[in-house]
Design a protein around this ligand. Structure first.
Ligand SMILES: NC(=O)c1ccc[n+]([C@@H]2O[C@H](COP(=O)([O-])OP(=O)(O)OC[C@H]3O[C@@H](n4cnc5c(N)ncnc54)[C@H](OP(=O)(O)O)[C@@H]3O)[C@@H](O)[C@H]2O)c1
Length: 334
């Protein structure tokens, strides 16, 4: 059987870009044999330049230069920036994997808009553009006859967007709420289980690589708010932007509050409530399915036919989240 050639441009080669490359290497034979697909990466864009080869770039070499010598040592290196690559290099799918800037949505917004207008599908893990301009971006995609897919933006590896689209398509979604940020859940779990202060718990989260150097987006509920905005648009057909989400973080949660909750068989969790467009710390009974520990994420969907479903899993981690990127890519190809 002749393999179907699929050309991919990767924009942003940090944790997500590299994880995608690793999973692609690992699953190359599966994709060829079981799916008849030859996925070729034709461009990889970093902030100050790109690697371009329309015949395909070997992911092993790219990972090696990215980790050791630096990108500009690669033989395909050119100073061409991402927007020029989008304009000049024809690919089937653009993977947008740059950092999420919730204030401006850039550089992701521009990358996504430009790619869609060029007639290329987009798959992204970048929350900010979708949390800010969901309906506008989806309209651009429709107008250009291509798809914009974003399973990786919410809950990392958890299947939620495509779960609704495929398995739950007959359902009316009545409510969605959940734990959408692993760092804050890790901190709350540590405080409850070990009786430590928030500062100590946060320091530990940073030491084990769960929290960023600046974890304020996680602790203040901003990251959860961005995901609530995406879920509201995607699962419940609302038309809201991140600015419309009411957000209270966990920064004022004390050990005393956690102890008191524990005495009455409750835990305090940072909950994103999609119906109410709200993020806030809430009391959850210890025996409730949303009482997940550590950096796990959990989402409960209530719908008219399937009723209650709770999914639990890895809400972050490059390799785990790459599972969601591939879900979108294979969905587009088939
Ligand atoms: N890591 C995860 O587990 C995870 C899970 C779900 C969603 N996400 C989301 O996925 C996105 C990527 O995450 P990540 O962890 O891979 O972040 P990261 O490690 O910071 O990687 C982002 C990469 O994009 C590059 N970049 C920045 N501006 C660019 C531009 N204009 N053109 C081309 N490249 C540019 C950065 O280069 P410099 O370093 O030189 O600035 C960096 O290499 C983020 O939006 C994040 O929120 C991540």
């Amino acid at each position: 059987v002749k393999l179907k050639n699929v050309a991919i441009t990767i924009i942003g080669f940090g944790e997500m870009g590299r994880s995608f490359a690793r999973v692609l290497l690992k699953k190359k034979r599966f994709l060829e044999r079981e799916r008849n697909i030859d996925l070729r990466v034709v461009a990889v864009c970093e902030i100050d330049g790109s690697l371009v080869n329309e015949n395909g770039i070997g992911m092993k070499d790219v990972l090696e230069v990215a980790e050791n010598k630096g990108f500009e040592k690669h033989k395909e290196w050119s100073p061409m920036k991402s927007l020029d690559v989008i304009r000049r290099v024809k690919s089937d799918i653009v993977l947008e994997l740059t950092p999420s800037d919730i204030k401006s949505g850039q550089p992701g917004l521009r990358h996504i808009e430009e790619s869609l207008k060029k007639g290329m599908h987009v798959v992204t893990s970048n929350k900010a553009p979708l949390a800010l301009r969901f309906s506008k971006l989806q309209k651009i995609a429709r107008d250009n006859g291509v798809k914009l897919k974003y399973e990786a933006t919410v809950g990392g590896a958890l299947p939620i967007i495509n779960l609704r689209k495929h398995n739950l398509q007959i359902n009316r979604i009545e409510s969605v709420h959940g734990i959408l940020n692993g760092t804050s859940n890790y901190v709350l779990t540590k405080m409850a289980e070990e009786g430590v202060s928030m500062d100590v718990a946060l320091k530990e989260a940073q030491d084990v690589g769960i929290a960023e150097t600046d974890p304020s987006y996680d602790v203040r509920g901003i990251d959860t708010g961005a995901k609530v905005a995406i879920l509201a648009n995607s699962l419940m057909d609302m038309d809201v932007s991140f600015e419309g989400i009411e957000i209270t973080g966990i920064e004022d949660i004390t050990q005393e509050a956690i102890e008191l909750a524990k005495k009455h068989n409750y835990v305090i969790k940072l909950i994103g409530d999609v119906n109410r467009l709200e993020v806030s710390p809430r009391l959850v009974p210890t025996n409730h399915p949303l009482n997940v520990s550590g950096a796990l994420n959990a989402i409960t969907i209530n719908s008219d036919i399937a009723k209650n479903i709770t999914i639990v899993g890895h809400g972050a981690g490059g390799i785990e989240t790459a599972s969601s990127l591939f879900s979108d890519i294979l969905d587009i190809i088939h």
